[in-house]
Every structure is written in structure tokens, then in C-alpha cells.
Design a protein around this ligand. Structure first.
Ligand SMILES: [Zn+2]
Ligand SMILES: [Zn+2]
Length: 138
């Protein structure tokens, strides 16, 4: 079977003001259970996809920027508030909110991070890596 190295998809915010194109090939998707994501997403966790460098192209960029920590920012749509990205301020490391894909239902979740703040009623996804903190520190 010939494996394609292109899995081109589109996505955007709730109101459509922010739009992007992403090549999902080689990307990594995980659930983040950290307290920041619970606050920012308003739920038990947020799901983020880290694309390969250069694999995300903005058609219309998110204009909202908020400092997310000492070393990261989150970008969002200024019209509808949809959280769009988590981005490292000084190195090439960014992730896009997976739920903003136009068709996210078949995206494979590879890992879960910051599981120490997982809600009691949210079970771990069976068979995937669980990291108490971020993947880099594990
Ligand atoms: Zn919007
Ligand atoms: Zn998080």
C-alpha cells in the first residue's frame, strides 16, 4: 500500500474569522489536562495537535494573543473567542486546538499530559502514553 505523505485538512474558529490549512502527516495529537487548559477551554482537558514545522498555514491568522505562562502564549479569535493555539515564545514549538479542524473525528490521540490534574470522572484513554507532566519533562 502506498502511504501518502500528505493529509491536507482545513480548520477554523467557531465564527469563521480565523481559518487555516494543515498537513496532518507526521503531526502529534494529545490531550492536556493541565489547569491552564482547564481554565482556557472551560472543561476537563484540551486537545492539541502539534504539526511538523511548516505544515500549518494560516489563511486568516488569529489576532488575539494572551500570555499563557512565562514561556508561552495562546492565540484566539477576537470575534468569537475560540482558543486557537498554544505557542512557545522562543522556540519553534506550537500546537493548534484539534477541535477547530473542520473534520476532527478520525484524529488519533497519541498521548495525554499533565494527568496529575485529570478530573476524577475522566478515565485515561486505554493503550496510549500517560505523562504526569509535559512530555518534555518526562
Ligand atoms: Zn471566530
Ligand atoms: Zn495544558
Amino acid at each position: 500500500m502506498v502511504k501518502s505523505n500528505t493529509d491536507l485538512r482545513t480548520g477554523g474558529c467557531l465564527c469563521g474569522h480565523v481559518r487555516y490549512e494543515i498537513n496532518m502527516e507526521g503531526s502529534r495529537t494529545g490531550n492536556c489536562h493541565c489547569r491552564d487548559c482547564q481554565k482556557n477551554g472551560g472543561g476537563p482537558f484540551m486537545t492539541f495537535t502539534t504539526p511538523q514545522t511548516g505544515h500549518l498555514r494560516w489563511i486568516s491568522e488569529p489576532e488575539g494573543r494572551a500570555q499563557a505562562s512565562d514561556y508561552a502564549m495562546r492565540r484566539f479569535c477576537v470575534r468569537c473567542g475560540t482558543p486557537m493555539t498554544w505557542e512557545h515564545l522562543s522556540k519553534d514549538d506550537m500546537a493548534v486546538s484539534t477541535g477547530t479542524l473542520d473534520d476532527p473525528v478520525d484524529v488519533t490521540i497519541l498521548y495525554e499530559i499533565y494527568t496529575t490534574s485529570r478530573w476524577a470522572g475522566i478515565p485515561a484513554i486505554p493503550g496510549i502514553r500517560q505523562y504526569p507532566r509535559g512530555t518534555a519533562s518526562d
